[in-house]
Ligand binder design. Sequence first.
Ligand code: UFG
Length: 344
Amino acid sequence: MPRKIVVTGGTGYIGSHTAVELINRGFNVIIADDLSNSDTGVLEGIEKITGIKPGFKKIDLCSKKDTASFFSGLDRIDAVVHFAAFKSVAESVEKPLDYYRNNLNSLINVIDQMVLQGIPNLVFSSSCTVYGQPDILPVTEKSPVKKALSPYGNTKRVCEEIIEDVSVSGESLKSVVLRYFNPIGNHPGALIGELPRGKPNNLVPVITRTAIGKYDELKVFGNDYGTPDGTCIRDYINVTDLARAHVAAIDRLVSGKNENCVEVYNVGTGKGISVLELLKAFEKAAKVSINYSFADRRPGDIEKIWADPSLANKKLNWKATTNLEETLASAWEWTLNCREKGIL
Ligand code: UFG
């Protein structure tokens, strides 16, 4: 019998890529998503890639009643991968209560049902934002968790604490918390990809939209940082590599190899790239040239961060393998495909 995995937020960007990797590995995937930032077309994309249409339920996990009825209708679930959350840093500053209400309630409702139904394994989608601006780079999982710079970041920190507290309370919940660095790119073939509703804030979607002429230029936020070229540094990770880290986490949990009730892993490449370096790499990969100008620093941006992923390399037997050029080419292919279909 294939193991059954519930993927909340599974029609979203990282969720859909993870659903693909889980299905490719023989897991039976059931997606729960409220479609607030995605649509059911993603399910067809997943089916075209894998040959299998995942189970799907449109559900608002902030409703305790609906979450209970969803989980009680399922039979023998082995694990939950919990992605469902609001994720815009800027929006969270404007609407903090929406972010706390949504991101905390959905996690609480999901864990409540996992405990009630005896579902033992949770993989949680966290972020390197919990480190703030680290004093020492690269960051390891032992680096201090700092006060978040945004309500969004704070929801990730509090969610990690909720998971930790539930484990301490004696519930038989085993969790892997994955702290993502900056996911970019799309599944090769452009059948699923990153499609934020409204104006994107993240660097790669802004670059690709500038490349197709949707925006006149890219504004590079700040060129006076204490970095070699003055622009911010991040650890950009291919989304399929990131998705595979979830499969590795599930493998570790279901095979009982985890050493602690809650394990935390950095999921990054270990390499820091500046905004200008990323821009140049994109121009090379896509064979286009991008107009850009320098603008003021973006409030809340940290100067530089990149991961020490060695714990995940060792314990999850996972490593990021896709090179930056290939990743950026996949982002470009997806964007051209969306433009051809009139979506962009
Ligand atoms: N940037 C620009 N111009 C743009 C967009 C971004 O110069 O138009 C710069 C930013 O200032 C930053 C870098 O590109 O220096 C990366 O910005 P992103 O918005 O792509 O990514 P962030 O690092 O700000 O945020 C991402 C995720 C968050 C997560 C955070 C953790 O979007 O969900 O990483 O650090 F919390």
